[in-house]
Design a protein around this ligand. Structure first.
Ligand SMILES: *Cc1c(COP(=O)(O)O)cnc(C)c1O
Length: 394
């Protein structure tokens, strides 16, 4: 009997999806550290280059280990095609470039990962592409930003660092009415808790560096979407500009996927418990967590996410109080990464969102009292004690 992997449960997809065994019957996926491939004869090389026979040509175009990672992630996402990239930023950059040309216009949510903002504000203008940034939770502002030459909408939901939620379905409808494509950066939601393609997005991008590795080792990224769009917009740019993921990193990420659901489920349980503890602390002015009923967009969370995610943000009022909190932590690390097995806390206004400038930071509500915690896999008793003590200032 052969099974269709698309009928499998998520857990099975993550452990067995995309598996392509060599002749040795290895149980763990093989790591093919090879740059190129040989052909049986000259005719076979001709056929492979012509695309009339399947098979690999060169690591920049594809590799068996990388392809197993791509197929496993595509199966999880419910996408026809996944193309892996060397980092999350390579994925965002290629995802934009593949859809844009000089004279085009982009509409993007204001709260974006710092390097994504740099691509929009500093890089794409060099090639004649303009961007309008909007308040992503305000649907009217997306509509009003549309121009006749708008080709791409870009949004991150939940957004970094204050975890605003955008109604992906509604924004997809606005994009499509304008003849534009919607790209969703789904890092904070993870492929376990949110499926942007089913909500109408055209392209999903990941930094696989985050939850997919989840153990602090390698960079990676991915672009996912329907076959026609992926082939038309991304196949050539990926082959010829070289953002390919290393097969070694693909192998790490492939093994990361096996435990992704287990890890993010536990991390989310820990995050929910910590969010409650933080929200109830007298020194905390505001606590934002998508899994809490008091999240400003809790209704949308309920519709489009199946879990609150692994990140909690909270405001302790001043930079001094925020830094004091970080400096008192004994278990949680001070670090700007996220999605890791190890819990990490950061002060966004002086680190990840430093380059944004104060005026822009205030537009997204990011004052100096905010702290962001990426919750890991440590015991919840230890995490609760560490965070409570640091909030108490002891
Ligand atoms: C980390 C991150 C990126 C960039 O990913 P890298 O792997 O660091 O290049 C892009 N978007 C979001 C939301 C991220 O958290």
């Amino acid at each position: 009997m052969s099974e269709d992997p698309r009928d499998w449960e998520v857990e099975t997809r993550l452990v067995r999806g995309g598996m392509d065994r060599s002749g040795y019957g290895e149980i763990s996926e093989a790591l093919f550290l090879t740059q190129s491939f040989s052909y049986e004869n000259a005719q076979a090389a001709d056929d492979r280059f012509a695309g009339t026979s399947p098979g690999f040509i060169y690591q920049r175009f594809g590799n068996p280990t990388t392809q197993m990672f791509e197929n496993r992630l595509a199966l999880l996402e419910g996408a026809d095609v996944c193309k892996a990239t060397a980092s999350g930023m390579a994925a965002v950059h290629v995802a934009m470039q593949g859809l844009l040309k000089a004279g085009d216009h982009v509409v993007a949510g204001r709260a974006l990962f710092g390097s994504c903002r740099w691509i929009l504000s500093e890089w794409l203008p060099r090639f004649g592409v303009e961007t309008t940034v909007v308040d992503a939770i305000d649907l009217e502002s997306w509509k009003n930003a549309v121009r006749p030459n708008t080709k791409v909408f870009l949004v991150e939901s939940p957004a970094n660092p204050l975890l605003e939620i955008t109604d992906i379905q509604a924004v997809a409808d606005i994009a499509h009415a304008a003849g534009a494509k919607l790209i969703v950066d789904n890092v904070f939601a993870t492929p376990i808790f949110q499926k942007p393609l089913t909500l109408g997005a055209d392209i999903v991008v990941y930094s696989a560096t985050k939850h997919i590795d989840g153990q602090g080792r390698v960079l990676g990224g991915a672009i996912l979407g329907a076959e026609a769009l992926m082939n038309e917009s991304y196949k050539d740019i990926i082959r010829h500009t070289g953002p390919a993921l290393s097969p070694f990193n693909a192998w790490i990420l492939l093994k990361g996927l096996e435990t992704l659901e287990l890890r993010v489920t536990r991390q989310t349980e820990n995050a929910a418990r910590l969010a409650d503890l933080i929200a109830d602390h007298p020194r905390v002015r505001a606590c934002v967590y998508p899994g809490r009923a008091d999240h400003p967009q809790a209704e949308i969370v309920k519709r489009q996410m199946t879990g609150g995610g692994t990140v909690v943000a909270f405001d302790v009022g001043t930079r001094e109080a925020a830094w004091n909190f970080l400096d008192k932590l004994a278990i949680v690390d001070i670090s700007n990464n996220l999605g890791d097995a190890k819990s990490m806390a950061t002060h966004p206004s002086t680190t990840t969102h430093r380059s944004m400038g104060e005026e822009e930071r205030l537009k997204i509500g990011l004052t100096e009292g905010w702290v962001r915690i990426s919750v890991g896999l440590e015991g919840i008793g230890d995490l609760s004690r560490d965070v409570s003590r640091a909030l108490d200032g002891n």
